[in-house]
Design a protein around this ligand. Structure first.
Ligand SMILES: [Zn+2]
Length: 342
């Protein structure tokens, strides 16, 4: 084995809970753990949250994540349990363990979790992250996300995706309204990029995207002039196909802006920064996750004795664990085990 029993200090359950030390369950419900952590407000990290609110002693998250969940669900939702917000770098003690959040560069509010156990062992869960602006935590046991955990998932375009995105939207605005589709958090990142590039046009969003954007502004992001799709002025701009940018959740891409200039932001793009998919539709490779090289770099610099790859949320856990063993010589396993991997 060679991991000195370290493997038992963390695991990922069949229901997707990342268990750290004796007390902490991250990102899914686990009845045996008193503390539930929500690393960020994406749905696959809020698994069984209703049960956790009912059953756990405390549910921990950053203030920004709490604000996001309040608008994505309802302000009443989190009131059904004891939620405690924790800032980056602040530690809480529970039992014999210390729990600290650190920033993860992913969406607003995203946290990495460090648990220091009764022996001082450092057990870390990265949550979702992009290596660019994520502090790397040294660890004894590391649980790492594996979204792009295959060597085929490398982004080496050699061009700046953000400026390519700005140029593409500018090109689209010459034809009228540009529709941008993405997930919560990513849409606001696009707004910020376009705002900083001084694209002086109104941004129009439906209610939910608007509310998430307001939370992002409250926590320091700068997004520009936002209008609701229901405002008369916004309706007029959209009806006349005037130059403005409409931001919609990815799930609306089949319903709105079908004949307009369309931009989809997605991390699952490795061939090029921008790919044309239709006459007026483009996919831009703007990711909020590390690519394969970024994941390996985190592991290398974290210097763990033992690594667990999150094999619940994506199918690349096995591949990443194998590559960590092969290229870094560090003991690594994918959890939970799946019946159907090769
Ligand atoms: Zn995420």
């Amino acid at each position: 084995m060679g991991d000195n029993g370290l493997s038992i200090r963390a695991t990922v359950t069949d229901r997707g809970a990342v268990l750290l030390g004796k007390n902490v369950a991250c990102d899914a419900f686990e009845e045996t753990k008193p503390l539930r952590v929500v690393t960020h407000a994406h749905a696959d990290h809020m698994v069984g949250l209703r049960q956790s609110l009912r059953a756990c002693k405390k549910v921990l998250m950053t203030k920004a994540t709490k604000d996001m969940i309040d608008v994505m669900r309802s302000p009443l939702f989190l009131m059904s349990g004891l939620v405690e917000t924790l800032d980056y770098g602040k530690t809480i003690q529970y039992d014999e363990e210390r729990i600290t959040f650190f920033k993860a560069d992913h969406i607003l509010g995203s946290a990495q979790v460090l648990v220091e156990d009764f022996e001082g062992k450092r057990i870390v869960f990265t949550g979702d992250f992009r290596i660019d602006d994520t502090p790397i935590l040294e660890s004894n046991v590391l649980v790492i996300e594996a979204t792009y955990g295959s060597p085929t998932c490398k982004r080496s375009f050699g061009i700046d995706v953000r400026s390519a995105l700005v140029s593409l939207v500018e090109k689209g605005l010459k034809q009228g309204t540009v529709y941008v589709f993405g997930y919560h958090g990513k849409l606001q990142e696009v707004m910020e990029i376009l705002y900083k590039a001084e694209l002086n046009v109104p941004f129009i969003t439906p209610e939910r995207v608007f509310q998430v954007s307001k939370v992002c502004e409250k926590h320091g992001m700068r997004l520009g002039r936002l209008m609701l799709t229901t405002e008369t002025e916004a309706e007029k701009l959209l009806d006349n196909n005037s130059p403005c940018v409409a931001f919609y959740h990815m799930e609306s891409r089949g319903n709105v802006g079908l004949s307009n200039f369309r931009v989809l932001v997605s991390g699952w793009e490795f061939g090029s920064a921008i790919r044309q998919t239709d006459n007026k539709e483009y996919v831009v490779a703007l990711s909020d996750h590390s690519d394969f090289d970024g994941l390996l770099e985190y592991v290398r610099r974290s210097k763990p004795e033992f690594v667990i790859t999150d094999n619940f949320r994506v199918s690349n856990g096995e591949t990443l664990a194998k590559e960590i063993r092969r290229t870094l010589g560090i003991s690594a396993t994918a959890l939970p085990k799946r019946g159907n991997y090769q």
